[in-house]
Design a protein around this ligand. Sequence first.
Ligand code: FPP
Length: 243
Amino acid sequence: MVDGDGFMSDETLHVGIIMDGNGRWATRRGLPRLKGHSQGAEAVQAVVEAAPEIGISHLTLFAFSTENWKRSASEVSGLMTLFKRYITAKADRLIAENVRVRFIGGQDRMEPKLLELMGWLEAETRDNGGLNLTIAMNYGGRDELIRAVQKLSARVQIGELKPSEISEKTLSNYMDTAEIPNPDLIIRTSGEQRISNFMPWQSAYAELAFTETLWPDFTDKELRSIVTSFMGRDRRFGAVAAQ
Ligand code: FPP
C-alpha cells in the first residue's frame, strides 16, 4: 500500500486487472474470438512474470465473470479449455517462480476437471512466498457478497454470532478474498470505464486506471508506467491531505 506522500508505507501493493478487449483484438484481425483469448493468456504470463519486479506483491486477474456464462456455448467451452490448458502448461513455471496462486469465485456451474486443476495448483503453490496471484474465475462481487452473507447468517442462526457483532472485519473474513489485502489499484483495459462487479466491497478506496489498450496488447511496460503514475497519487482514504 502507498501512503499519502506516495511512498511505499508497507510491504503490499495489490493491483487488480479487468482484462478486457480480447474479442475486439481478434475481430479487428479477422480472427475467431477465441484466438483473442489465447493471445490474452500470453499477456497474462508476461504480466505475472514482470509483477514482482514492478513492486506488485498481489495481482488479481478477472478471468471469467458470473455474467460471462451468457456468452455463446462455444466461447464458454473454449475459455474453459483455455483455462485448463493454461494451468497445465504454466504450472511448472509458476511454481519455479515462487508464485502463490489462489482462485476466487463460486464453484457452481464449474466443470469438475477445471475445479480439480484449480485446487491442485493452489495446493502446489501454497508455500510459495513470491507473487500472490489471484485468479477470479466464475467470480462476481455481488455473488461473493451473497455467499459471505449466507455463511455468516448460518452462524447467527445457530447462535454462534450476534448480528451486532458483525463488523467490516467479520464480513471481510467471509469473503473469498479473506487472505489478501484490498486492492490499491484497479486497471481496466480496452477503453471501457466500468468496474463490472469486480471486487465492489474490496475496492471502496482503490484507485482506478483505464487504458485504451486491448488486453492482448497489454505489456509489462504499460503496467510499470501505470503503477508509477499511481505511486504519485495522493491517497487520503477520506482524510484531509497531509500539509
Ligand atoms: C474479456 O474480453 C476477457 C475475458 C472474458 C476472458 C479473459 C481471459 C483471458 C485473458 C484468457 C486467459 C486468462 C488466464 C487467467 C489464463 P472480451 O472477450 O470481453 O473482449 P471484447 O469486449 O473485445 O469482446
